[in-house]
Design a protein. Structure first.
Length: 64
């Protein structure tokens, strides 16, 4: 079983507003699929995604 990492998926909605959602996934592709399953707009407009970023543990420790 692979370990899951936290991914931020950023997309633009119909009004060009930038929105973000976080998912725990094994890779960026899985994070994209999860976003498409949970957000209807992304499902209908998959090219609205403009960033999928893995939030590394080192970055999270610097924030805390």
């Amino acid at each position: 079983m692979t370990s899951h990492k936290r991914y931020t998926v950023r997309y633009r909605d119909a009004n060009s507003t930038s929105l973000e959602r976080c998912y725990y996934a094994s890779d960026a592709y899985e994070a994209r699929v999860l976003a498409m399953e949970s957000v209807r707009y992304i499902h209908d407009h998959p090219h609205a995604i403009d960033l999928i970023r893995c939030e590394s543990q080192q970055w999270l420790q610097r924030v805390a």
